[in-house]
Design a protein around this ligand. Structure first.
Ligand code: PHE
Length: 452
């Protein structure tokens, strides 16, 4: 039966590499620094930490647990775990699949810019100390419909080919090699940044909190970032959990991944902000920070060309593991529910994402005026997935575990059938996902959307 022949991760290191590979991505190197920079620095970091501990981690544990309990894709998982006549819980799986496609549509575009920048930094095309010149180079890239689509397709081609190879031979094998490399590159960049003249100013921006900029909208942004960072609320962790080993300690593994992911975000901040301050640039450039400010910053420093290339290689590497994990959500659904071969499922996934990717890729050129609620396709896909589908998915996962799945089952799963002695922890987790997490998400969501 298909249940026993499912592909899965083969080692504990493989589980960690793949799961951390999913968590670490453009979220750490593009979203985290730009959102922290735009929302006042350390104050935002405090809120983000709270969101991660109170909401992110409990949802991550609950979601991974559901995946391992069901050993199936997101939709089938809720079919298997729901009580009779409550098949409507599969809506969580469908929403997750929709979120995966929307995220991939804009994520693959940003990853495309990163790939283009690896190239451009190698040939010295973006070597300028003037952020305005860097800005127009970036503007030229994103407003050219042909390059935008081409780079997006390169990204989809690379990641799609890895997905075709499967869970252990594709995802696990690749992330095992890339994750250590990513840490080494990041440490090199941090040392460079910390030895620059205004390192202290950059560190103060990142670590000395100023809470005056925290509004309900900022709270929702921090919560959305926490979901995005931990790859939760849309089925990625559930799908990966379904490939976990039976003896994997779920709370320990997820906590390790959360801490390592946070470390990568902080290291990215340490690599970026001291450099930004040392050369007199603005930390609040927003999403363009990485593509406009960073080239100018690196070109201003001794040996900058090499460090700039390393920076974009690092970012490209980070995007791979994350994209694989998002692609795996629809790919697993297509193989397990629609009976497609792995390769066909990967190709179909890429084709669907490619289709949704077109308006996102063209949202700075020919489709710039195509707006809904004042947002172009790129921003809209990001907003709908991070700020709506993922938090709502998070609420529903908590309600499912806290009110339907129940404590005895949760205990059995989280303690690996009683082999791990972690009863008190499970009780705290149960209480949290039953009450605290869903209520906190709902309050932040309604406030952030100005619905109350
Ligand atoms: N966590 C990834 C990042 O930070 C993005 C991601 C979102 C991955 C959702 C999987 C699911 O870049």
């Amino acid at each position: 039966m298909a249940r026993t022949s499912r592909d899965a991760f083969t080692s504990t290191f493989g589980v960690l590499a793949a799961t951390l590979g999913s968590a670490v991505g453009l979220g750490n190197i593009w979203k985290f620094p730009s959102l922290t920079g735009a929302n006042g620095g350390a104050g935002f970091l405090v809120v983000y930490l709270l969101a991660t501990l109170l909401v992110g981690l409990p949802v991550m544990i609950a979601e991974t647990m559901l995946g391992r309990a069901a050993r199936a894709n997101t939709i089938t998982a809720f079919e298997r775990l729901s009580p009779p006549r409550q098949g409507y819980w599969t809506i969580i799986g469908w929403m997750g699949c929709a979120a995966a496609v929307l995220i991939l549509a804009f994520y693959s575009e940003v990853a495309g810019w990163v790939y283009a920048y690896v190239f451009k930094s190698m040939v010295g095309e973006i070597a300028t100390t003037d952020p305005k010149v860097a800005g127009s180079a970036f503007g030229a890239l994103i407003s050219d419909p042909f390059s935008s689509l081409l780079w997006q397709w390169v990204v989809l081609g690379v990641t799609g080919s890895i997905i075709m190879l499967g869970v252990s031979k594709g995802i696990e094998a690749v992330t095992r090699k890339l994750m250590p490399l990513l840490f080494i590159l990041l440490l090199v960049l941090c040392v460079r940044s910390l030895t620059l003249p205004a390192a202290a100013e950059g560190l103060a921006f990142l670590f000395a909190p100023d809470l005056s900029k925290i509004t309900p909208a900022v709270l929702l942004t921090a919560l959305g970032l926490s979901f995005f960072k931990l790859s939760i609320g849309m089925g990625t962790m559930l799908t990966y959990g379904s490939y976990f080993r039976d003896d994997q300690n779920i709370p320990a593994t997820t906590t390790r991944v959360m801490l390592a992911d946070l470390t990568v975000s902080l290291l990215a901040g340490i690599a970026i902000f001291p450099a930004v301050f040392s050369f007199g640039f603005e930390p609040s450039a927003g999403p363009s920070l990485v593509f406009m400010t960073i080239p100018a910053v690196f070109t201003s420093m001794p040996g900058g060309a090499i460090f700039m290339t390393l920076f974009f290689i690092l970012t490209a590497i980070a995007s791979v593991g994350a994209m694989l994990s998002i692609l795996e959500v629809p790919a697993a659904i297509l193989t397990e529910r629609f009976g497609l071969q792995r390769k066909t499922a990967a190709l179909c996934t890429i084709a669907i994402v490619g289709l949704f990717g077109v308006p996102a890729a063209l949202s700075n050129s020919v489709a710039a005026d195509l707006k809904l609620f004042g947002m172009n396709a790129f921003d809209l896909f990001d907003f709908i997935s991070s700020n709506l589908l993922m938090p709502v998915g998070g609420i529903l996962i908590c309600l499912f575990v806290g009110w339907v799945y129940g404590l005895p089952q949760l205990e059995k799963q989280i303690s690996n059938d009683g082999t791990i002695d972690n009863k008190p922890l499970i009780r705290v987790l149960f209480f949290t996902v039953r009450y605290i997490t869903p209520v906190s998400i709902a309050v932040v969501l309604l406030h952030g959307l100005k619905l109350f």
